[in-house]
Write a new protein. Structure first.
Length: 102
């Protein structure tokens, strides 16, 4: 949780100098790299890679949300509700292949 909090504060600070979409892309690429490292190594390196992921995930939802409703004017309210509902929908009805539900 400390890594998540530090990532949020540092990410907010970095957004003063780096465009939010660019910073989001950088954080996502680093996070993908960390998870590949965690999956392909053993021991402490894997643990540290997993422990570092919350730092880079910290700005993802608020940045995606803000970029998703940017410049929508009066449609912002409905767009923001759809963004929030899509998260719930993904949790309640995750994608599947038909074999698991026969």
């Amino acid at each position: 949780m400390l890594g998540f909090m530090a990532g949020r504060f540092l990410g907010t600070f970095f957004m003063r100098y780096v465009r939010p979409a660019r910073l989001l892309s950088i954080y996502a690429a680093i996070n993908i790299t960390l998870l590949i490292i965690a999956l392909s190594t053993h021991g402490r390196i894997a643990v540290y890679a997993v422990m570092a992921t919350p730092f880079f995930m910290s700005i993802m939802f608020p940045t995606i949300f803000a970029l998703g409703i940017k410049d929508l004017g009066e449609e912002s309210k409905i767009a923001s509700s759809f963004l929030v509902m899509s998260i719930i929908g993904g949790g309640l009805y995750p994608p599947h292949d038909g074999d698991h539900f026969r």
